[in-house]
Every structure is written in structure tokens, then in C-alpha cells.
Design a binder for this molecule. Sequence first.
Ligand SMILES: *Cc1c(COP(=O)(O)O)cnc(C)c1O
Length: 363
Amino acid sequence: MPSKTVQETIKKLNFYAGPAIWPREVVIEAAKGLLNYQDSGLSIAEISHRTDTFAEVIDGARALIKELMGLGDDYSVLFLAGGASMQFCMVPYNLLPHNGTAAFLDTGRWSEKAIKEANLFGKTAVVGSSREEGYSFVPKSYVLDNSYAYLHITTNNTVCGTQLHHIPQTSVPLVADMSSDIFSKAMDGTQFDLIYAGAQKNLGPAGTTIVIVKKEILGKVKRAIPTMLDYRTHTKVSMFNTPPVFPIYCCYLSLQWIKKQGLAAIEKRNREKADLLYGEIDRNSLFDGTTAVEDRSLMNVTFRAKDEVLEAAFLKLAEEAGCMGLKGHRSVGGFRASIYNAMDIEGVKVLVELMKEFENSHA
Ligand SMILES: *Cc1c(COP(=O)(O)O)cnc(C)c1O
């Protein structure tokens, strides 16, 4: 159990979009492991990745990911470096033939970046886009033919605050950037052929990216792929090179925390938190939501002040009350409250109370 003094060192509420909040218990356990891993007299970050000790960590993390997503041995779980952004090029490098076309659902800034990289390797088709409307909704009526090499989706749009509440049904391989909503709800992983997610939004510190890949989709493009960028290098052996040891350890701790709570309970709580906050945004005379109601993200709640002049004042009030990281992404402005798994309902209540207080003093 955390000592009182450790609890007391954290007095602020963390609404940053990423790197973002982790469960307090996980931070404490990670700190212990960094100092003296399971009383071994060594730090988890200071031992060889080839030890049985670390093998247990990485294998344990892989097994938990498969268990939580309902996946079998036809999938491999990789812990790579380079951020989710590296996957924008690794995915087409490995899956898009020169003369092939990758389909994209363009739902935000991160989709745009993925499309840009795919264009370096083959053709792209944007089957649906809300770009012209500031990515304020998720396009729903689009046509997919089965000639595409794959369909790429971003399940949660961290910047503009929308989320895909329905996963498209398609006969082509489905690739998903789940960086900002992985393990925020129960999810059947078998719908996907490749999932990637940077750890720093809903799992742990920056430094590793989880890639879950169905092995049968690999090895179909003809081009030469540099060893480190070829998924097969990492599916064939457990650790081709030194992996990001400490971030992987932290992810393992988060995954254990997730398993202990259960994804159903996590999903329920995430919905309650989002309902509470969106409810206040809709009720409060000073604030407005920025996205289509049916596409609202349960992870990144975006809103703005109806009168832009009030934005700085609200941010100041929030920061004085210890609510940090509420400024919207620089490309969209306004506010963004990121309420990932580790944010508890009490934290959201503090923010809601501040919005009420702000209304009382400014309306
Ligand atoms: C943050 C984010 C990324 C980029 O992640 P990096 O690890 O910084 O490269 C990609 N996609 C989504 C959906 C994100 O939220």
C-alpha cells in the first residue's frame, strides 16, 4: 500500500493528453522496481534484458495483452520503439505493395499523418473524411471494396475528441491506431489484423509502442524491408535487440492493474466519467462541446468557452485549483480534458465543480 507521504506528494489532477496519468499504485510499484526489483538488490532497469527476470516481465505482458483482447497464437505482440508515429511508416512498409492501395478513414490529425507516410509506399484511398468539418465527427457512410491492401482506422482521435464507437466490418485486413483508447473498454481483438498503440496515453510512460499483429498478413509484399522495420524480425524471436525495458515493465504493471479491475468495470467507469463531464458541458451556459454528440470520445473530452475571451480565465482558475493539462491542442484551441483509465470519477467531479463555479462568477 502507498504510504501517506507518497500519496501526499501528488496534489494535482492530471488531464494531460499524453504522456498522461497512470494509476497511482502502478507509479509506486514502478518506482519500487526501479530502486530494487522484488528485493533482488538490483533495479529492473539495470539488468540484462536476456535474464529470466526480464523474460518473465515481457512474456507476462504479452500474455496479458492477448488475454485482455481474446487473442490466440495466430497473433504476435511486439514492444517496439519509435512511438506510434513509427507505425505510420512500418505498416505500409510491411503491408502495402507498390501497386496496391491502402484505404483510410481520415478522422483527425493522426490519420492524416498515417496517410502521408503510406503515400511513400503505394497508393492511398481516403474512403471517408471529416477534415473539411474540422474533424468534428466520424464519417459513417463509406464504401469499401475488397481490392484494398488494408483499411486503416484511428479508433480514438486524441486531438479533436472523437471516437469510433463502431468498428467497421470489412473483408480486407483491418489496421487500427489505438494509441489513445487501448484497454479503455472490452474489445474483441480478433476483428483486427494489426493494432498499434503508443504506451504513453493509456498504459504507461513514453518509450514503447505495442504492436499486435496477425502473423498470416506478413510476408506478402515484395520489397526489401530493413531488418528493424520488418515485423517478422520481431515476431520470429522474442527480443531481436534491447527492448525499452523500463517502459515495458511499467506497461506490465498497468496491464495487471487493468486485469484486476476488469475491462467491463473500466469501461463502465470511463462512461460514467465522460457522461458526467459532457453533461456539464451541455448544461453550463458558458461552455460548448466541439464534436458530434454520437461520436464524442470517452477519453479526450474537448470543449470551448462560448466566449473565447473567457478561456484564459478558466484555465487560470483550473490551474489554481490543481487541474493541469486542460488546454486544447494547439491546432484546435479550447479545452481538452483527457480522462484516461487512471483518472478517477472524483477527479472529474472536481473539474465539473470548477465549471459550475466559473459559471456562477461569470454568467
Ligand atoms: C499520440 C498519438 C500518436 C503519436 O504517438 P507518438 O508515440 O508520439 O508517435 C499517434 N496516434 C494517436 C491516436 C495518438 O494519440
